[in-house]
Design a protein around this ligand. Structure first.
Ligand SMILES: [Zn+2]
Length: 167
């Protein structure tokens, strides 16, 4: 059974933004269901800190388990229903940043300029990075050594590579 994405909440999007966001959501949905994506996740040699916050037993998750969490749509506190729930928000910012995820509301916030100024594949990869937070994976706020091998960064990189997005 394929995994689907449901957008449950949007805030701050114009009609133009929504068109691009819907394209990005479709890209993510097609991507996660592709064999190329599944193989790329299973082929990652070593994720850094593949642990989940706020779920019982803060053990390390295997590549297969990480893939299953994604495809199962295991947003925090949600069952594995094969539905990835996206809550999306755009905001204005003075600083150069992409966005973040609120771990309580699970709303993915994105700097409006990032959506406007980058290819749709870049926004798609960003959404998938942030989705890794909604299923419980974290990383340092700072650009420490190895951060690019954490689950959110690595999955985001896989998405950019497979979508051919230069961001
Ligand atoms: Zn992140």
């Amino acid at each position: 059974m394929d995994t689907t994405i449901q957008v449950n909440y949007v805030e701050g999007f114009t009609q133009q933004h929504l068109i691009k966001a819907n394209q990005a959501v479709q890209l993510v949905q097609d991507l996660v269901n592709s064999n190329a994506f599944k193989e790329a996740v299973l082929d990652v040699r070593k994720f850094k800190n593949p642990r989940i916050r706020r779920r019982t037993g803060r053990r390390k998750y295997s590549n297969q388990e990480i893939l299953d969490l994604i495809l199962g749509g295991r947003d925090l506190n949600n069952p594995a229903d094969q539905i990835m729930n996206f809550r999306l928000r755009l905001y204005d910012s003075e600083v150069n940043e992409i966005g973040n995820t609120n771990m309580t509301t699970l709303i993915i916030s994105t700097y409006r300029g990032y959506l406007e100024n980058h290819a749709v594949g870049c926004y798609a990869a960003h959404l998938l990075h942030e989705y890794m937070h909604t299923i419980g994976f974290t990383h340092s706020r700072f650009d420490v050594f190895g951060r690019d091998r954490t689950v959110p960064y690595k999955i985001g990189q896989i998405a950019r590579d497979l979508l051919g997005a230069a961001c």
